[in-house]
Design a protein. Structure first.
Length: 395
């Protein structure tokens, strides 16, 4: 987002500035403003509601901040000693009454809680009210352009195709050999990702019944289970294309190694499907006429599962932000009122997963799709599983 647009947002929210603080490129929003430069001392980037943005920076780092690209956009306010840095803060912030900083309520949102305690405490001691910059960070770090969205759509289509291939692989292995394994299926999917020129940070998650009760169980070379007829199979897979700016697909589908899915699995899947679809229906209805906070969507899905008697077995948030990141877990709002109370708004141009699950000791079930908001409309980009796949009916 352009600086002048951010300044308009800051003014609309009744604040005087957004104060970002960083050290050695740990703050992704500041890096997006400045690029990844060799900055070795503490730096503040300040976006006031009005006036030219500025940097409070150490004299040693000015050699990397003196090019026209920086000086056209930012004034430089330079310190040498720590005492001078604190005096500059007092001087520059003297007219501010309320500012945004990268903090979160009770420290519950690690991707927002980027400002160090001492900096926040010092600025607060100047009599300045501090609010969370969570939604500003989203605007700066996870709003997609059309090219990024299309990369996610493409990744989802490819993942859905490979998902079909994986279940067919299981069917063929069972018919020819009598069994396969979680590890074999995992490696098949990883190999297909590589063939499609896709990147993934970790190998996909393949788990049979009881193993799937651990939401992050994954087979390894030294620990995995065979897959045989009568097994319930969960496949959770995520990948993106290798081109810069590409966005992840992240989907979970269920299959049963047989020709007819047992009723206990059918009934349990119907509950998580209802929770997933309830979240989608809520967003389609509400986004048209108001801003929706992320935690609200978790509440909708969690109530459906709780009312069905399985609330204690829904062990994680409903969904996570998705973006061009090292992992499928992006920096934006998560659909979460369980692990945290995520009050950030769901913004136009952002994507996130919708993945309710029930994880009882006997077996785990999850369904997962990816959602995107565009022009106040909700797009389902990750596909929707309507029923558990009877794997032995596949060709």
């Amino acid at each position: 987002m352009e600086l002048f647009e951010l300044q308009r947002k800051i003014e609309e929210k009744g604040a005087d500035a957004w104060i970002l603080v960083d050290y050695e490129n740990h703050n992704p929003a500041l890096v997006r403003f400045l690029g990844k430069r060799m900055l070795t001392r503490k730096i503040f980037l300040v976006v006031p509601a009005r006036g030219k943005p500025y940097l409070i920076t150490h004299s040693i780092d000015t050699v990397y901040l003196s090019d026209k690209e920086i000086t056209d956009r930012f004034d430089l306010k330079v310190y040498k000693t720590w005492k001078q840095m604190l005096e500059l803060e007092k001087e520059c912030f003297s007219s501010y009454r309320k500012v945004f900083m990268d903090i979160s309520e009770n420290g519950l949102l690690p991707r927002v809680s980027l400002a160090d305690y001492g900096s926040v405490e010092f600025i607060s001691s100047l009599g300045i009210e501090i609010e969370s910059s969570g939604d500003l960070l989203q605007l700066q770090t996870c709003v997609m352009d059309e090219k990024s969205l299309q990369s996610q759509v493409k990744a989802c289509k490819t993942c859905l195709k490979i998902k079909d291939e994986a279940f067919s692989f299981i069917a063929k292995e069972i018919r020819h050999k009598g069994q396969t394994s979680e590890l074999d299926v995992q490696q098949f999917i990883a190999r297909r990702f590589t063939e499609e020129n896709m990147f993934f940070d970790e190998a996909p998650l393949v788990a049979i019944g009881p193993n799937a009760s651990n939401p992050h169980y994954t087979p390894t070379e030294s620990a995995y289970s065979p897959i045989k007829e009568g097994d319930l199979v969960l496949i959770d897979m995520w990948a993106k294309y290798k081109e810069p700016g590409s966005v992840y697909a992240d989907i979970t589908w269920m299959g049963y190694v047989g020709k007819k899915v047992p009723q206990k699995y059918v009934e349990r899947f119907a509950i998580v499907k209802a929770a997933r679809d309830g979240a989608i229906e809520f967003l389609k209805r509400e986004l048209k006429h108001r801003d929706v906070q992320a935690y609200e969507v978790d509440d909708v899905a969690r109530k459906i599962i709780t009312d069905a008697g399985y609330g204690e077995w829904f062990l994680h948030r409903l969904g996570h932000s998705i973006y061009d990141d090292d992992s499928p877990h992006g920096p934006g709002a998560n659909l979460d009122n369980y692990e945290s109370h995520d009050t950030r708004y769901l913004l136009d141009g952002t994507s996130f997963s919708d993945e309710p699950g029930i994880y009882t000791p006997e077996f785990g079930i999850r369904t997962e799709t990816d959602l995107h908001i565009q022009g106040k409309e909700l797009l389902v980009v990750g596909g929707l599983q309507d029923a558990i796949i009877p794997i032995l009916n596949l060709d």
